[in-house]
Design a protein around this ligand. Structure first.
Ligand code: AQP
Length: 330
């Protein structure tokens, strides 16, 4: 039997901004599954619906997407018997802790974060306090469960640094017992965009492959990846995207053969692209089939959401109680 005390906690979440893409799957969900299946960890995975309102959103879509992400989690292999699956806004302790954390965080620190600056550039008319507070709420999400590990993509590293800073300050000033959460990295911690510039992202049209895309759709998207370059030259832009995805999805030998052909200037890109499209689809097919089954049983999904909120709340309340006592708030 494992000593209860050696079990570490894990927290991760995905915003309810739409259908999941390969970046979300490889950078976050794969790591979430790996840790769920490791008995040394207790895993908490949420739908970050409150984080969704930090950028422009539609009320109806948000309502629907909260459930869709839970269905995605289940179809991808998250198991409610092993992981607590819940919706962030149903555990109000996240917001309370976030407010307490904001008292140890400066405005300047938040304004200098690259993620904040990027989002302001993307949505100049939506420079809200919620957006500025995003990393504080994320720190609360993680530390409410005293999570040691956070399976997320590399783009989230600056936010994890903020969470560690907040944990240190809280422990120093109020003698709380927060851990220093670390990112759990996967092989796909950074999936580049199909456009060849930046990362694969839901909000950038033409950049992503959805987990629910058909073979035909995947093939069309991959065929559009720009490959115009000096033949056999440095691997950059769209070609880099193709090779990163190939390394993940193709057998090692096939990947190396394509690379060799590229360097010897004998590669037919359409051949690489179609082989890659097929391999991606084969990996996604079981997910797509399972997703259809789960989506037709919404009573089951609702039950998981309800039970998840109750389980998460029990842990959340314990931490909040400790923080309030130590901060002189109870
Ligand atoms: N391209 C990526 N490569 C690896 N991991 C990625 N993640 C996102 N993009 C990549 C990881 O997926 C998880 C969920 O991200 P999120 O909650 O930030 O969702 P999001 O913001 O909706 O993701 P996008 O696609 O980047 O959306 P927009 O365009 O709206 O900002 C995280 O663990 C993230 O690291």
């Amino acid at each position: 039997m494992l000593d209860k005390k050696t079990i570490k906690r894990v927290l991760s979440g995905i915003r309810a901004t739409g259908r999941l893409h390969l970046g979300n799957y490889l950078g976050a969900i794969k790591g979430m599954i790996e840790l769920q299946n490791n008995p040394d960890y207790e895993t908490f995975y949420m739908v970050a619906d409150a984080h969704t309102i930090t950028t422009p959103f539609s009320v109806d879509e948000l309502r629907q997407n909260r459930k869709e992400i839970i269905i995605d989690y289940l179809a991808a292999g998250l198991d409610p018997k092993k992981s607590t699956l819940f919706i962030q806004s149903q555990v109000s302790e996240h917001f309370e802790l976030s407010f307490y954390f904001s008292s140890v965080t400066t405005i300047a620190r938040m304004m200098h974060l690259p993620t904040y600056k990027e989002k302001v550039k993307q949505y100049p008319k939506h420079n809200t306090m919620a957006l500025l507070n995003y990393p504080i709420l994320m720190a609360a999400d993680i530390l409410l469960y005293k999570a040691d590990l956070v399976p997320v993509g590399i783009d989230q590293e600056p936010h994890l640094e903020v969470a560690r800073e907040i944990a240190r300050k809280m422990n120093q000033i109020y003698k709380t017992s927060f851990p220093q959460p670390q990112r759990f990295a996967t092989k796909g911690e950074y999936i580049p965009s199909l456009t060849g510039e930046g990362k694969m992202s839901k909000s950038i049209e033409g950049s992503y492959i959805n987990l629910t895309d058909s073979l035909d759709k995947i093939r069309k998207k991959i065929r559009k990846v720009p490959t115009a370059t000096i033949a056999g030259g440095p691997i950059t832009g769209g070609i880099k995207t193709l090779f990163i995805l190939s390394e993940i999805f193709l057998p090692k030998k096939t990947y190396e053969e394509f690379k060799e052909k590229y360097h010897s200037q004998t590669l037919k890109f359409v051949e690489l692209k179609d082989t890659l499209a097929e391999a991606i689809y084969q990996e996604l097919k079981p997910f797509q089939e399972k997703r259809k089954q789960i989506a037709s049983n919404l009573t089951y999904v609702e039950k998981i959401i309800k039970e998840g909120a109750q389980k998460a709340k029990t842990v959340a309340q314990e931490t909040l109680k400790e923080v309030k006592e130590k901060m002189g708030l109870s």
